[in-house]
Write a new protein. Structure first.
Length: 211
């Protein structure tokens, strides 16, 4: 065998390998996605619209925000709160986001992020104080609107969705940011650090008031 033939053969084998790897990487099939989504929905609610105040709705956020969040959980860089599966085979069993993210390949995490980005964010029906909400709107409009547009309802910011998210989950995030347990970009930290307790409470009511 000449060297050209040898190189030729190797190239064919490599090309096949690459095509196979590419196919494999993008391979989260519809059946795989349905299986993963059933796992997520068993805590996050049908189509990612949560019925539990400590569990966030994940539907309708941007795919970038969702897949970034999975990476953060995989690296255990934000708190992973234990929760119980509410439905399905694992009903009553506990898990947390660090474990959930660890179980997903990067390709599956991307695919499931895209899946939930395509679902509708359903705003939580929850009580709020109208006076606090009004004050919260003005704090939001002066400190937060730049990165959380349209009252914190736009997925295009790649910064989650604050409007209509469960207040209890949101309160936990404020605490995690304040005590440094959840990373945040420096420009947001500057804004968060200057909030008074009353500002924080007012913001929570403003986000909850959007129903
Ligand atoms: C056992 C229950 C449970 C399961 C299963 C679960 N989650 Fe979660 N998830 C939670 C809880 C509780 C939180 C909020 C507390 C925390 O950060 O740990 C959360 C938070 C999140 C967040 C952060 C939302 C935000 O606004 O920043 C994302 C994204 C997420 N989950 C996606 C998923 C995906 C995708 C799956 C399926 C692969 C999944 N979760 C499975 C309980 C669960
Ligand atoms: C410079 C841009 C910027 C500013 C200003 C900013 N944020 Fe953010 N915010 C972000 C980004 C980016 C994220 C997503 C971080 C991540 O991936 O964990 C985020 C995430 C959040 C989250 C978590 C959402 C979730 O689903 O868990 C909350 C809550 C939040 N911001 C509140 C605020 C509040 C309140 C203000 C104003 C006091 C504010 N932010 C100002 C950029 C900003």
């Amino acid at each position: 065998m000449t060297i050209t033939q040898l190189i030729g053969k190797t190239t064919v084998v490599l090309a096949c390998g690459a095509a196979f790897a590419m196919f494999g990487a993008s391979s989260a099939s519809a059946a795989d996605i349905a299986k993963i989504a059933a796992e997520c929905d068993s805590c996050h609610g049908k189509d990612g619209a949560s019925t539990e105040s400590s569990v966030p709705t994940i539907a309708g956020m941007s795919a970038t925000y969702l897949s970034d969040s999975m990476k953060i959980y995989k690296k255990k860089e934000r708190p992973c709160v234990e929760a119980k599966h509410l439905t399905g085979d694992k009903k009553g069993k506990k898990s947390d986001m660090c474990k959930e993210a660890a179980d997903l390949s990067d390709a599956d995490a991307k695919a499931i992020a895209k899946y939930y980005a395509g679902k509708k964010f359903v705003r939580a029906k929850q009580p709020f104080d109208a006076a606090k909400a009004k004050r919260g709107k003005s704090v939001h409009d002066s400190e937060c609107i730049k990165c959380h547009e349209k009252g914190g309802s736009s997925p295009d910011d790649d910064a989650g969705i604050l409007a209509g998210q469960w207040m209890s989950y949101m309160r936990d995030q404020f605490v995690a940011y304040r005590n440094g347990k959840r990373p945040q970009e420096e420009k947001m930290k500057v804004k968060m650090d200057k909030l008074s307790k009353d500002d924080e409470e007012a913001l929570l009511h403003f986000y909850a008031s959007q129903q």
